[in-house]
Design a protein around this ligand. Structure first.
Ligand SMILES: [Ca+2]
Ligand SMILES: [Ca+2]
Ligand SMILES: [Ca+2]
Length: 643
């Protein structure tokens, strides 16, 4: 081999070496690029998605969920917005807590929020709004209202295009009582005239939070997967369920209802999330939930321990922190970030839509200290707003413990305005459906002094968690009329359950949530109209309509003090009295005519006062010797007024 060919061989080898080095280098660069791109930050969600100026909460704390957010800083663009302090980021880089201050004069509009890390940046939008005009919004509720509970999915289908939406295809089936049936917010808007006709002044809607988009394989019903049609298993606290509509549609409903003189009450859940919330696999903090999916307490429902000053904390823990039904992840409101998140979430729904009240689910399983902060935050921004809590218990001693107005042994005033009056619900059912002694009702009312305010309690004869009145053993239309007569004339804020006004039946949890006839395409009849109601249903509907009209017209039925005048096993007479007027209500729950006499001196009604029965104009009575003498046909009621 001569020198030239040796040099040529050497050059070729060098070229080969350089080429392989280049290959290695390119590979290294590629791998690095891939790694870098894998670490680029990403934003999946911003809670809340917007806020309004001049709010009592400022700065507002955002919870940004994403990926690769480690070492990030947050920048906001647009006028009147600035980040306060240093964002808090979890170790996995999946959450950032960041405070954003909104200047009082910040113009309404979309802003952008950017998370910048050494590896790149990600953007999301954030909406700044002006505060809603307060006139006719955030009204609260009072004894002048008649509430009406609607299970959104089962009332009326006003928009068939959302029945089987692409994001959650396949969980709509009207033949399956555990699937979505198509009812929605548009359906409620369409039926506002019906509700107005019935005399309803406030609608309580079951939760409209976005629920799980697929079959729920964790909560089996009759051994089969179920769905979140009832709304109580939120997967997103900041979104409207796509089967029901959009946030814009919700705002349209609130405004339309207000124009009709009807208030809107939102059903909220703060005790737990649904079993598929993204937080479950990746909580924003280790203390976000009480326990984890793998290791948690099961709720023992020893609720009595909650009002027991002698019970040690561990006795209460299973009830306060145990997972509902063993699969609903229990939120830890003792974690200040959880508390802040939930408080802001409540304010966001109110401030964004203009709604008037809240019915709070599973009230007793959440610490009183949290409720104190939560109710204070609501009243600070919306002073007239009212909350009714669900404490499902028949005992006045237990139920009254949760009402606000004073501190109990724990030193805390929960601030809760009202409670669903379950202690009265059971005697109502027993007496008017089953024909058991009526005197259980005044015996329960006699314990009213245990409440800080019994007048604002929400009275009911039916709800979505119990079988319907008409499916109780012994129930008749006559009994249902009496139950309505009582609920709509006694103290408290009356609440009706959709469909009870047409005597719908349903003996257990799924069937009590039946479809309102006429609310859905293809229904054989339309019970929203008189022509579509059977004779009995029409009579009942008219009877309830008469009662709501009387309650509207006769001031003492709304604001009068309740005075018990006469109590026998199946007869009950009481007055509602204001300074200027008194009404006397008499109920005969027996299957035969009853004649009885009772003293009315406490009512201020003078001798010679003639009183007319507002349910049957042919009947009148006159006060003589300070007494009223009444004869009432079997299973009937009379409402006597004068003047
Ligand atoms: Ca629909
Ligand atoms: Ca959904
Ligand atoms: Ca709890």
């Amino acid at each position: 081999m001569d020198a030239t060919s040796r040099r040529f061989t050497q050059m070729t080898q060098i070229r080969k070496i350089i080429a392989s080095c280049l290959k290695v280098l390119i590979c290294v660069i590629c791998v690095n690029l891939r790694l870098i791109s894998a670490q680029t930050p990403e934003i999946l969600k911003v809670d809340p998605p917007g806020w309004w100026t001049r709010s009592s909460v400022n700065p507002v704390r955002l919870l940004v969920r994403g990926r690769n957010l480690q070492d990030g800083r947050v920048a906001v663009a647009g006028s009147g917005l600035r980040v306060i302090g240093t964002p808090k980021i979890n170790d996995r880089g999946t959450y950032i807590f960041v405070d954003v201050f909104i200047a009082p004069d910040a113009p309404a509009g979309e802003r952008s929020l950017t998370v910048i890390t050494p590896r790149g940046s990600a953007r999301a939008s954030f909406e700044v709004a002006g505060p809603l005009n307060r006139a006719g919004r955030f009204q609260g509720f009072s004894t002048s209202d008649v509430l009406y509970l609607i299970m959104i999915d089962r009332f009326a289908d006003g928009d068939q295009s959302n029945n089987d939406p692409p994001q959650s295809r396949g969980i709509y089936d009207r033949k399956n009582k555990f699937y979505y049936h198509g009812g929605d917010l548009q359906g409620v808007i369409d039926r506002l005239p019906y509700l107005k006709e019935l005399g309803v002044t406030a609608i309580w809607l079951t939760p409209w939070y976005d629920n799980y988009d697929r079959l729920n394989q964790i909560e089996l019903k009759e051994d089969k997967p179920s769905t979140g049609f009832h709304g109580y298993n939120p997967q997103d606290f900041y979104a409207v369920e796509e089967h029901f509509g959009t946030l814009a549609k919700l705002r349209e409903l609130v405004d339309a209802a207000h124009r009709s003189g009807i208030k809107i009450i939102q059903d909220q859940v703060m005790n737990h999330t649904g079993p598929y919330h993204p937080w479950i696999d990746d909580p924003p903090a280790l203390t976000w939930f009480n326990g984890t999916g793998a290791k948690h307490l099961k709720n023992s429902f020893q609720t009595w321990a909650l009002h027991d000053p002698r019970a040690v904390e561990s006795l209460k823990r299973e009830t306060m922190e145990g997972w509902f039904l063993d699969f609903l992840p229990d939120l830890n409101q003792h974690d200040p970030e959880v508390s802040r998140y939930l408080i802001q979430n409540t304010l966001w729904w109110i401030g964004t839509t203009g709604l008037d009240g809240i019915r709070m689910d599973t009230w007793q399983y959440v610490p009183n200290s949290f409720w104190r902060d939560w109710t204070r935050a609501i009243k600070r921004e919306f002073p007239d707003f009212k909350v009714v809590g669900e404490v499902k218990d028949g005992d006045v001693v237990h139920t009254s413990f949760f009402q606000g107005g004073s501190a109990h042994f724990d030193g805390i005033d929960s601030g809760l305005d009202s409670l669903l009056d379950f202690p009265l619900f059971y005697p109502i059912r027993h007496a008017f459906a089953e024909g058991k002694p009526l005197d259980e009702i005044p015996k329960t009312l006699a314990k009213d002094y245990l409440y800080n305010d019994s007048e604002i309690l929400v009275t009911l004869l039916g709800g979505h968690d119990d079988g319907r009145f008409m499916s109780e053993k012994g129930a008749t239309i006559a009994g249902l009329k009496l139950a309505n007569a009582f609920v709509l004339t006694t103290r408290g804020v009356p609440q009706l359950y959709y469909g009870d006004e047409i005597a719908m039946e349903g003996e257990d949890e799924p069937t009590t949530r039946g479809d309102f006839p006429g609310g859905f395409a293809g229904d054989k009849r339309n019970a929203f109209t008189a022509a579509g109601r059977h004779k009995d249903e029409q009579e009942l509907f008219e009877y309830i309509r008469r009662l709501t009209a009387l309650r509207r017209e006769i001031e003492p039925l709304k604001t009068g003090a309740l005075i018990n005048l006469h109590v026998a096993e199946q007869q009950y007479a009481y007055a509602r009295k204001t300074n200027s007027a008194a009404v006397v209500v008499v109920i005969n729950n027996e299957d035969k005519t009853a004649e009885f006499e009772f003293d009315v001196t406490r009512t201020g009604l003078r001798d010679g006062t003639v009183m007319h029965d507002r349910l049957d104009v042919s009947r009148e009575v006159t006060v003589r010797d300070g007494k009223l003498r009444v004869s009432l046909p079997k299973r009937s009621a009379a409402i006597f007024s004068h003047g």
